[in-house]
Design a protein around this ligand. Structure first.
Ligand SMILES: Nc1ncnc2c1ncn2[C@@H]1O[C@H](COP(=O)(O)OP(=O)(O)OP(=O)(O)O)[C@@H](O)[C@H]1O
Ligand SMILES: [Mg+2]
Length: 267
């Protein structure tokens, strides 16, 4: 597979036993990726895990769901390196991991947040992207769990964030169309070499009238179903008020459902 320089994407490196559990959350637009990512992050915090949450969707929303500001971003850091020779010189002298910690990592109660932000636009910056990715991967090694809120697909993840994921969690609405989209996105992820040996499964979100035979149909298409999250009026109310989902009460339906899901994922 080629990047924009025509270079081959390196094969995902094998993980050591002490490497983090990397969970990428993907799925069709608006199905609940960010909500579920933030609630998984919350479960990891409650389980006492050291967690790095990565907002890898360019419009940025995981930061808000976690009650944080959406800046600074890795994209802004990248842009400074590209456009400002002084910054390039200053930053160029330091290990990228330290640069990311100093310039882009946010520390929130119980967890760290990295906002990827916008891509670099026109031009070829594969070398810089590789360097930044190397920095992020090295940083990820400090954590027990990494949860990545992706764009709909996750084909950019191994170019911009991390070479491979352990768990690919597809989020779908309870419709056959949603299941088909999830299968399609899963296939694209596989094609782009997102991981060599990851587990991949589906969660139905915003379920209000059951899921009928959708789990069987998903299984027939090679997608395991790992759970269901109900349509939760508390989530909708928080959304209306612009409050972070991290602050939902522990007995909210969605929080309880994601707690079950987290167990399935090995959190
Ligand atoms: N279980 C749920 N119950 C009620 N509302 C929900 C639930 N899950 C998500 N929502 C709402 O659905 C909307 C979309 O959710 P979210 O932003 O998490 O989706 P997304 O897949 O991240 O979207 P995008 O593709 O735009 O990034 C939000 O308004 C959110 O509050
Ligand atoms: Mg989102």
């Amino acid at each position: 597979m080629s990047g924009c320089c025509g270079t081959d994407t390196p094969a995902p490196s094998p993980r050591g036993t002490d490497s983090p559990l990397v969970i990428a959350v993907a799925g069709k637009g608006g199905t609940g990726k960010t909500t579920i990512s933030s609630l998984l992050a919350r479960q990891a915090v409650e389980a006492g895990k050291k967690i790095l949450a990565v907002d890898a969707d360019p419009p940025i929303s995981l930061a808000y769901a976690l009650g944080a500001e959406p800046r600074p971003t890795v994209g802004e850091l990248r842009w400074r390196i590209i456009t400002d020779p002084e910054e390039k010189r200053r930053i160029g002298d330091q290990p990228m991991r330290e640069v990311i910690i100093a310039e882009a990592l946010q520390t929130l109660p119980g967890l760290s947040l990295l906002v990827v932000g916008q891509g670099e636009g026109a031009g070829c910056y594969c070398g810089l992207n590789e360097l930044l990715k190397y920095g992020i991967e090295s940083l990820a090694g400090d954590y027990d769990v990494v949860v990545i809120d992706c764009e709909a697909g996750i084909e950019q993840i191994n170019r911009r964030v991390i070479s491979s994921v352990d768990v690919l969690l597809m989020v779908s609405d309870p419709t056959m169309k949603g299941v088909r989209t999830a299968v399609h996105l899963r296939d694209i992820a596989l094609k782009h070499g997102v991981s060599r040996d990851h587990r991949c499964g589906l969660v139905f979100n915003r379920v209000s009238d059951g899921v009928g035979d959708l789990p069987d149909r998903a299984n027939e298409l090679g997608l395991e179903v790992w759970g269901q999250v109900p349509a939760d009026p508390q989530v909708a109310a928080f959304d209306l008020e612009g409050r972070p989902t991290m602050e939902l009460s522990g007995d909210a339906m969605a929080v309880r459902a994601v707690k079950e899901l987290a167990k399935t994922l090995g959190l």
